[in-house]
Design a protein around this ligand. Structure first.
Ligand code: NAI
Ligand code: MG
Length: 504
């Protein structure tokens, strides 16, 4: 930790565990050991609210990937993991959740320190991670194949019988982004372990500490060596060889569509299965009747939650022309009054973006909107004198060819667009290469039910946005991804069907 950062942190009540966690450079988890990168290289972890150094972690490359995949392959077939009964696996996984819960304050502070979000949002992430972990674990004892009578038995004097077994797909390579450092990890690790797989987890270079803490919690709970490995490092050096490794049974990737395409190509070289949870440019569609005042905070949170760094973010607000001015003014009021600050300050409602690069990227989008003639209703600038803050920003007077309307910004920038009728809003809402989520705000069920099947999205909310439920499948269509997370669908992503045809 830098001296300046240490002085800054003295203002807050950092837990002893977090202080000692940050006191020296971290190591990564391969098998049962905490190790440096074989190359000896490291990468710095910064607090995005101050841009000061927190600590450093190993920068893994392909040699470390080989070691981690080998450890995961050995654990996969070991008696103390591969040999566990489903009930034993479930109870072991529940112990991991208990350790995460015991260490909730440590997780919360680490998430806020490396990612920037307010502590309250980190706490929400932990609650979400715990219920996901426990919900998944329960599926371990409920995995079922089916029995099918062969329709064309070839040996008439024998009886024929067929059934399917659901078997774990093998070692999972999980590569995740920085916007929800714990949930992104748990959404991949929990269903994979539930299915009986082992995991090599590569967290984002901006937020490796939460994943290392998860590795600690897993070992503390008694998860056998090699079941969960955590490799810290950069995408091209550590993520890329993981996706291309022939020992991997499935690559589970969450992140940008451009990297998702690279991962898909690398995996396909070995015919490795993929689950891709990618970008979005989700529409929030407010119909003529859809503006209750108590809905306005939910519409604002639809985009500004987590500083807009959410794959499902409602970045395009479409409001019927009769209510457009009222909706935009209401959402702008809320956005303009959000209290920005360090995530560890109790009053903070919106933290910084995750990194200087992300801040510059988002400010670049804002400039491009202004240059193209968009009108700024609120925000539009960097905020404060240090750290990666950007004001909550809303643009009107935009058209479909502008970058701010077409591309995923992944920051607190909303575009608001009026529409006259259902046909117009459908055409506009679907006019994107993405198809992750959409929301419709109305109590007119006949209109709502006409729109739902026509929206090209993997998930549609009615009178809500961003509220995922871990029992319900989540994932995208078009360039927003392949496969689903959550629900039984999410666990089945990590199972392979083996068919048995038996004559006796
Ligand atoms: P990214 O997609 O580059 O990073 C996500 C993960 O992929 C990280 O762990 C990274 O190390 C890894 N990675 C990067 N390049 C790789 C490669 N060649 N092979 C294997 N792994 C690789 O996202 P980044 O650069 O952090 O953010 C850029 C933009 O991506 C954001 O502005 C946002 O638009 C989008 N994004 C979308 C997310 C979503 O959930 N929809 C999450 C994060 C970013
Ligand atoms: Mg990148």
């Amino acid at each position: 930790m830098s001296q300046a950062q240490a002085a800054k942190l003295e203002q807050y009540e950092i837990t002893d565990a977090v202080s000692s966690f940050l006191a020296s450079p971290r190591k990564m988890l391969v098998g049962d050991g905490w190790v440096d990168a074989k190359s000896g290289r490291t990468l710095d972890v910064l607090d995005p609210a101050t841009n000061r150094l927190i600590t450093s972690v190993p920068a893994a490359d392909s040699a470390d990937v080989d070691d981690a995949v080998r450890a995961a392959e050995q654990a996969f077939v070991s008696p103390d993991w591969g040999g566990l009964s489903p009930a034993e696996r479930e109870s072991l996984l529940l112990k991991v959740a208990d350790v995460i819960e015991t260490r909730a304050d440590d997780f919360s502070q680490i998430i806020t320190l490396e990612c920037g979000k307010p502590l309250a949002e980190s706490d929400e992430e932990i609650a979400d991670a715990l219920s996901t972990w426990r919900y998944c674990a329960a599926w371990a004892t409920r995995i079922e194949g089916s029995s099918v009578n062969p329709i064309n038995p070839i040996i008439p004097e024998k009886s024929a019988f067929g059934y399917t077994r659901k078997e774990p797909i093998g070692v999972v390579g999980a590569i995740i982004p920085w916007n929800f450092p714990l949930i992104n990890a748990v959404d991949r690790v929990a269903p994979a372990l539930t299915a009986g797989c082992t995991v090599v987890l590569k967290p984002a270079e901006q937020t490796p500490l939460t994943a290392l803490l998860l590795g600690e919690a897993a070992l503390e709970a008694g998860l056998p060596a090699g079941v969960l490995n955590v490799l810290t490092g950069f995408g091209p050096e550590a993520g890329s060889p993981l996706a291309a490794h022939p020992g991997i049974g499935k690559v589970a990737f969450t992140g940008s569509t451009s990297v998702g395409k690279l991962i898909g190509k690398a995996a396909m070289e070995n015919i490795t299965d993929v689950n891709l949870e990618l970008g979005g440019k989700s529409p929030m569609i407010v119909l003529e009747d859809g503006v209750d005042d108590d809905m306005l905070p939910w519409l604002a949170a639809g985009l500004f939650y987590n500083s807009g760094q959410v794959c499902t973010a409602g970045s395009r607000l479409y409001a019927h022309k009769k209510v457009f001015d009222k909706v935009v003014a209401g959402v702008a009021d809320i956005a303009g009054s959000l209290k920005l600050g360090h995530g560890l300050e109790a009053e903070t409602e919106m933290g910084p973006l995750v990194s200087p690069e992300q801040q510059q990227r988002v400010l670049g989008y804002i400039d491009s909107g202004v240059e193209a003639g968009a009108e700024t209703v609120t925000g539009g600038k960097q905020w404060g004198t240090e750290g990666c803050f950007v004001e909550p920003t809303i643009f009107t007077n935009v058209h479909d060819r502008m970058k701010v309307v077409k591309e995923e910004i992944f920051g607190p920038v909303m575009v608001a667009i009026p529409f006259a009728d259902e046909a117009e809003v459908l055409e506009k809402a679907n006019n994107t290469s993405y198809g992750l989520t959409a929301s419709i705000w109305s109590n007119d069920l006949s209109k709502v039910n006409r729109l739902i099947p026509r929206l090209k999205a993997g998930l549609v909310w009615v009178n809500a946005h961003n509220l995922l439920d871990l029992a319900l499948p989540f994932g995208g269509v078009k360039q927003s991804g392949i496969g689903r997370e959550n629900g039984l669908d999410g666990v089945e992503e990590y199972l392979e069907t083996k068919t048995v045809i038996m004559y006796s």
